[in-house]
Write a protein that binds this ligand. Structure first.
Ligand code: BG6
Length: 489
């Protein structure tokens, strides 16, 4: 019998032998050398913080219980035509009542940190004024449960559920009254939780909720503001961040650390020449000048002000000082490469390259697959803003996540995504980029904003009829990474 090899087989064999992989087992030892550990997992730094993340409106449900006031997301999701599957967060994951079960899920992943958010309208149903003690009672129960299970709580103060009363009364973030109210709320919460919560994120993804909620009108509160007003809203948000940092510092226990969790506009060199890398640094600074940049520099760049022209926000020097209050860390939510950059001879020295329609993406169309983004974005941010402590405050992907007949979910695309992104993150930490931790989005499937329950990002599958939680294959994958503190190739 003759064996037939196609050209493809031959090329494959040639490739394997070039890598030294086609060598018969034991051949290396015969030559007197021990076989190298080619596939040894690459380690993360000692003490690296592994966690998962969620947010209040996306999982809690119980929207009308224990005195919670309505938020702009209750109003928006109850408005016809806004949510793909016509759902809302009224029930969501019923986490408000099932939090103990959910803490057990976190624990069984082996992670030692959990990022959750506090719903402002639970604490101040009207946004300001009289607090509702039952609101914080819930978070106190959650925090205590986490600590009892050896899990460090990382609290976020604002993950988009603005009290509706503030939207109605002052126009939400269009008014600096909301910035002040946010500062007061932050101080109120920090004074009561900082005996147990050492890390507080102020605002989650200002870039997303402003662009989508106040610019495009596709997130709550559904406004389509003209450029000038949108810039003013941006300014009020970063002012709210600065006021919150100051309020927390004034009242919190010593050792409480605070910072933003921002979806940095991610810029990646088209390919890594010295010129393209330099161009990407310049682009990163300018593309983030209106939010993360001003929070970290305490000033708007000349390029930002020039581009905004008469639409630039109105601000005072005193406000810039508040906005630039020093953070203890910077949280970066990193999913997709947003811009590939090449050096250019023309001003401003860089250009944004157009995406081919064939660029790969995950189950969510917006989530382009470009693992190198989680190497470049923190590396460049650390360099241009001189940051010494970064957390990846979110990263993850949606997947089809179909429950098979055997009751399991084989989310191989999520595993592939995570493996590739974590290899790049390890590459960054091994070069000394100061990333101290990673929070995987998300612990479990949840209310994914305008997609309702159609998109699933969880390590645990949730049946929203029965509320059954089932670990996906990726939960086992992540548990293994966490246990080794290392990522295999
Ligand atoms: C981030 C948010 O933008 O991405 C999360 O902080 C969100 O709250 C996640 O769930 C996925 O986004 P989306 O739009 O696909 O639901």
């Amino acid at each position: 019998m003759t064996l037939k090899f196609s050209r493809r087989h031959l090329a494959k064999l040639a490739g394997l032998s070039a890598l030294g992989l086609a060598m018969p087992a034991g051949a290396a030892e015969k030559k007197g050398k021990p076989a190298p550990e080619r596939f040894a997992p690459a380690p993360f730094p000692k003490g690296f913080v592994w966690g998962t993340a969620t947010s209040s409106y996306q999982i809690e449900g119980a929207t009308a219980e224990d005195g919670r006031g309505p938020s702009i997301w209750d109003t928006f999701s109850h408005t016809a035509g806004k949510i793909a599957d016509h759902s809302n967060g009224d029930r969501a994951n019923e986490h408000y009542h099932r939090y103990q079960e959910d803490v057990a899920l976190i624990r069984s992943l082996g992670v030692k940190a959990y990022r959750f958010s506090i719903a402002w309208p639970r604490v101040f149903p009207e946004g300001t004024g009289t607090p509702n003690p039952k609101g914080l009672d819930f978070y106190n129960r959650l925090i205590d449960e986490l600590l009892a299970n050896g899990i460090e709580p990382y609290a976020t103060l604002y993950h988009w559920d603005l009290p509706q009363a503030l939207q109605d009364r002052v126009g939400g973030w269009l008014s600096s009254d909301t910035s002040k109210a946010f500062g007061d709320y932050a101080g109120h919460v920090a004074a009561r939780i900082s005996d147990r919560v050492k890390n507080i994120f102020t605002i989650n993804e200002a870039g997303r909720f402003l662009e989508f909620g106040y610019g495009l009108g596709i997130d709550a509160p559904g406004l389509k503001l003209p450029a000038g007003e949108l810039n003013q809203a941006r300014h009020n948000v970063v002012l709210g961040h600065g006021l919150a940092v100051q309020a927390i510092r004034a009242v919190a226990r010593k050792g409480t650390r605070v910072g933003p969790a921002e979806n940095i506009a991610t810029c990646v060199p088209a390919f890594a020449t010295a010129e393209n890398i330099r161009a990407t640094e310049l682009a990163t600074r300018e593309m983030n000048a209106g939010l993360l940049g001003v929070m970290l520099e305490g000033k708007y760049t000349d390029g930002f002000l020039e581009y905004a022209g008469s639409n630039a926000p109105k601000f005072t020097a005193e406000e810039l000082k508040i906005i630039g209050s020093k953070n203890d860390f910077v949280g970066l939510n990193i999913y997709a490469p947003q811009f590939y950059i090449a050096a250019s001879d023309r001003k401003p020295g860089w250009s944004l390259l157009p995406f081919p329609a064939s660029f790969p993406h995950m189950n969510s169309e917006w989530l382009r697959f470009g693992p190198e983004v989680i190497y470049w974005a923190p590396k460049i941010a650390a360099k241009i803003w001189n940051i010494d402590t970064i957390y990846i405050s979110e990263n993850g992907t949606s997947s089809e996540d179909r429950l098979r007949d055997d009751g399991r979910i084989y989310d191989l695309d999520r595993i592939s995504f995570l493996r590739n992104y974590l290899v790049q993150l390890q590459r960054a930490t091994s070069e000394g980029v100061p990333v101290m931790g990673y929070f995987l989005w998300s612990l479990m499937d949840n209310f994914e904003w305008i997609y309702g329950y159609e998109k699933r990002f969880g390590l645990y599958h949730v049946d929203f009829q029965t509320q059954a939680r089932t670990p996906k294959l990726s939960a086992a994958f992540y548990r293994d990474v966490v246990a080794r503190n290392a990522i295999g190739p």
